[in-house]
Design a protein around this ligand. Structure first.
Ligand code: C5P
Length: 231
């Protein structure tokens, strides 16, 4: 894989205008964009279609979870946008519906095992009799058996879920910080090189690029670090 295509820029900005300004500034430095709640609900899905037409790849990060029929219809609509990745929560019914609905399209489904803001106490409060690491392992195995295309996980989790899911599933990891950049609210961070070494296929990075004085140079430096780590 081209190192550049392994960097996914999280377009966490408040408006389509701000997103378009950033995409223009980044130019050829970034080929893959993630659109989440903030931008999707502010006109970002029309932008997704425009990015696809401009030969960019798009990750729609809306973490779907509903009855199977509703998930399937939503997945079909996202496939029509031309997106490359879509997230769903890793519940078996939801994953089955999403995998069936994406067949015949280029869309690939990523499962979120356990939100990284959850700890064991949060799971207990939600009624689960599992620790986070037990539930991540259980859901990773279910995702594999159902035919999910990849998982979103922390770079730390990548090493432990890789033996479960094998080499054909993509591991997409946020919480990445180039050496010397602010961690912000991310608690468990890894450098791009360390995340690649831990088994990540794609790195989702937002603020270290969005808030850089020169976002294009910041993106280029990360792509260079990915290239070095895969050499
Ligand atoms: O700005 P930063 O690099 O922290 O952005 C990381 C992106 O990855 C954000 O869009 C965030 O919502 C997303 N994300 C995350 N942790 C997860 C899942 C997604 O930070 N566990």
């Amino acid at each position: 894989m081209n190192p550049r295509d392994r960097l996914i820029l999280a377009l966490d900005v408040p408006s389509v205008a701000a997103a378009e300004t950033m995409v223009t500034r980044l130019g050829d430095a970034v080929s893959f964009y993630k659109i989440g709640y903030q931008l999707a609900f502010a006109g970002g899905l029309a932008l997704a279609e425009r990015l696809v037409r401009a030969n960019k790849q798009v990750f729609v990060d809306l973490k779907l979870h509903d009855i199977g029929n509703t998930v399937a219809k939503g997945v079909e609509s996202v496939a029509k946008l031309g997106a490359t990745f879509l997230t769903v929560h890793a519940y078996p019914q939801t994953m089955h519906a999403a995998v069936d609905a994406r067949s015949g399209s280029n869309l690939r489904i990523l499962a979120v095992t356990v939100l990284t803001s959850y700890d064991d106490a949060d799971l207990a409060a939600a009624g689960y009799d599992f620790t986070v690491s037990e539930l991540v392992a259980e859901r990773a195995a279910q995702a594999r058996d159902i035919g999910i295309d990849g998982l979103v996980c922390s770079a730390e989790e990548a090493a432990s879920v890789r033996p479960i899911v094998g080499s054909s599933m993509a591991l997409v990891t946020p919480g990445i910080r180039p050496a010397g950049s602010a961690s912000g609210d991310q608690k468990r961070i890894m450098t791009p090189a360390a995340a690649i070494a831990a088994g990540a296929d794609y790195l989702v990075i937002g603020r270290p690029i969005l808030e850089a004085a020169d976002p294009k140079a910041a993106a280029e430096a990360i792509v260079a670090e990915i290239a070095n780590a895969t050499r």
